[in-house]
Design a protein around this ligand. Sequence first.
Ligand code: 5GP
Ligand code: ZN
Length: 135
Amino acid sequence: MDCIFCQIVAGSIPCTKIYEDEMVLAFLDIAPVSAGHTLVIPKEHCDEVHNCSEKYFEALTSVLPKIALAVSDAVSADGYNVLCNNGRAAGQLVEHLHFHIIPRMAGDGVFSHWPAGKYPPGKADEVAKKIRKSL
Ligand code: 5GP
Ligand code: ZN
């Protein structure tokens, strides 16, 4: 078993635990973007959102809101990001599905660059058609 997060689930690597039930574990990120930065993971290994079994995904998403609120309240945050990187190109380093909960303070400058673009005429419809087709 070479997955770090599976080893955390198994208890062979320590973590600062926030929440645990039969199917879900939440713990503090070892390299926090801000105080309280938490990772929420399914206890069953999968690498990305689309590979997670429905049962574990439902279990995770059903507890995520209360964990997010608790994290945010505990550090008196002004807001929080829920972030999930899928694939290397998207910044995923640990290949076990995880949701980051990152507490945010007004004006903290975290993620300050959002490279918003614009579709040329017709492009949005073209892309949407392709997406609907592959659903
Ligand atoms: P990713 O880039 O894959 O979305 O994020 C992986 C996250 O896992 C990073 O924020 C990193 O700090 C965190 N991380 C990596 N190894 C460990 C570990 O052994 N323990 C904990 N608590 N967090 C880890
Ligand atoms: Zn794993």
